[in-house]
Design a protein around this ligand. Structure first.
Ligand code: FAD
Ligand code: 2HG
Ligand code: ZN
Length: 472
């Protein structure tokens, strides 16, 4: 790897202007660690190009000099993928100045946006056009389209609309040598060979810099109903989602599972959250139904489904939000878990997926093995039931110190990932591998998967300058 020289810095400044370069150590800090402070690195420079042409020129100049680049969007990723290493030789390439909404095409039901557009801004732009962009996740006020694409983000509406891969028709990418690949096609049918865009989606910045994308739009939602339901078990959650799907079909747009431990953390740490029930229950789900029709009879459907669930013993208690404020309050309890867990000391995150039907057995097995091997650790299990995606996170035992708990992190991870493997699951459902799970992937992924991935990496980035040390 090369090192940044004063001459190259000057050349980069000529490309991006003074506003596009950060050299000052204090101003650089927010680009060098993630929001949890779980990962920290150093950088020679932060470059913030404002157009695809500028990105291409920055990449070309760095490639010539052998300088490694770390693409970064909103820096909300949970696996340290956007954080440079400790060498201080890497350059952070931030896309946050690329914020144009290039085109809204209602006839084609598409929107073309640049990589630095914040997800929430994209949702708003879709709404302004009378449409829905359905990707939704807790970090939507800060994460960017480029980061969503590079991690193939999921979130809370995947059961109805799919993840970022499913929502994308085309991408524009600056390749590791600085050439611009224009894959910005808004086509739903295109069988002219390999689907190249899919290579870049989920590649976590290791194959090129995504600069723009053509994304699918959906009809706007005009009716919505949201409920918070207490359940006796995780099997009840699996039964209930099947029941609600049978009754409501695609109107089921959210089904989020939370353990009591997760909810307790939120009640303790997130201002304005209150338990809707007087009694304590072991599990909860947040159910959302939505429809494009105004005044769709969603409450009736929900009540029918819940009525059956109460009869079958699947549900123990339920509240239905009566207005938008109550809807927001219920979602805040769900979306607040990640932040709340930070207040309980270091959290070990395991973003796993198993077949939906295996969720109860997975949780039972992992709980038993963990409690036997690491007595007192607190299991914070929650997630997106419809996708089989659990955030099976762990907090340290009450009253214990951080250091001995952190020392057990790898052993805890192996217990959880061994159980995940036993249920034919994935060790990263939606957050990616980044630097956090690179080693785990070597242990848990098929060696041939890894070999094929290395072949692609070698073909596209032979010098290894795109986000080295991440994913592979
Ligand atoms: P960053 O964190 O900046 O980068 C993430 C990765 O993408 C890095 O490897 C980086 O190098 C690469 N990258 C970024 N931009 C580009 C680009 N333009 N070209 C190439 N590579 C690039 N994720 C989910 O899937 N579902 C959730 O429900 C969810 N909830 C979250 C809740 C909270 C509170 C938080 C903090 C995070 C959550 N996430 C969730 C994590 C999620 O991955 C990110 O929020 C988001 O997708 C990353 O976007 P970003 O712009 O912040 O990317
Ligand atoms: C969520 O679903 C996110 O809330 C974050 O994916 C999960 O913090 C986590 O572990
Ligand atoms: Zn999630």
């Amino acid at each position: 790897m090369g090192r940044l020289t004063e001459t190259l810095t000057k050349s980069l400044e000529n490309v991006v202007g003074e506003a596009g370069l950060i050299r000052d150590s204090e101003r650089m800090q927010s680009y060098l660690s993630d929001w949890r402070n779980a990962y920290r690195g150093e950088a020679a420079l932060v470059v913030r190009p404002a157009s695809t042409a500028e990105v291409a020129e920055v990449v070309r100049l760095c490639a010539q000099a052998g300088i490694a680049l770390v693409p970064q969007g909103g820096n909300t990723g949970l696996c340290g993928g956007s954080i440079p290493d400790a060498s201080g030789d890497q350059v952070v390439l931030s896309l946050t100045r690329m914020t144009q909404i290039r085109q809204v095409d209602p006839g084609n039901e598409t929107i073309t946006v640049e990589a630095g557009v914040i997800l929430q801004r994209l949702q708003e732009a879709a709404a302004e056009a009378g449409r829905l962009f359905p990707l939704s996740l807790g970090a939507e006020g800060s994460c960017t389209v480029g980061g969503n694409l590079a991690t193939n983000a999921g979130g809370t509406a995947v059961l109805r609309y799919g993840n970022m891969r499913d929502l994308t028709l085309g991408v524009e990418v600056v390749l590791p040598d600085g050439r611009i690949w224009n894959g910005l096609r808004g086509l739903r049918k295109d069988n002219t060979g390999y689907d190249l865009k899919q290579l870049f989606i989920g590649s976590e910045g290791t194959l090129g810099i995504i600069t723009a994308a053509v994304l699918k739009l959906y009809p706007a939602v005009r009716s919505r109903t949201t409920a918070w339901v207490a359940l006796p078990s995780t099997q009840a959650a699996v039964d209930l989602i099947g029941r609600m799907r049978g009754l409501c079909g695609d109107r089921l747009t959210g089904f989020e599972l939370m353990s009591r431990q997760s909810v307790e953390f939120v009640l303790r740490h997130v201002a304005g959250c209150n338990d809707p029930f007087a009694e304590v229950h072991p599990w909860y789900v947040l159910i959302e139904l939505s429809d494009t029709l105004l005044d769709a009879p969603l409450n009736e459907m929900l009540e029918n489904g819940l009525g059956e669930a109460f009869e079958q013993g699947e549900a123990l208690d339920a509240v239905v939000a009566g207005n938008e404020t109550q809807v927001a309050a219920l979602w805040k309890m769900r979306e607040g878990i990640s932040e709340a867990q930070n207040h309980e000391g270091p959290s070990l995150k395991h973003d796993i997926s198993v077949p939906v039907s295996s969720i109860p057995a997975f949780i039972e097995t992992a709980d038993q093995q963990l409690q036997a091997a690491f007595p007192g650790v607190r299991i914070v299990a929650y997630g997106h039931v419809g996708d089989g995606n659990l955030h099976y996170n762990i907090s340290k035992p009450v009253g214990s110190e951080d250091a001995p708990f952190k020392a057990q992190a790898e052993a805890i991870m192996h217990v959880i990932y061994d159980v995940t493997r036993a249920f034919a699951g994935s060790i990263s459902a939606e957050h990616g591998l980044g630097q956090a799970k690179r080693e785990a992937a070597r242990r848990y992924k098929d060696p041939l998967d890894l070999e094929l991935m290395r072949t692609l990496k070698q073909a596209l980035d032979p010098a290894g300058l795109m986000n080295p040390g991440k994913l592979l």
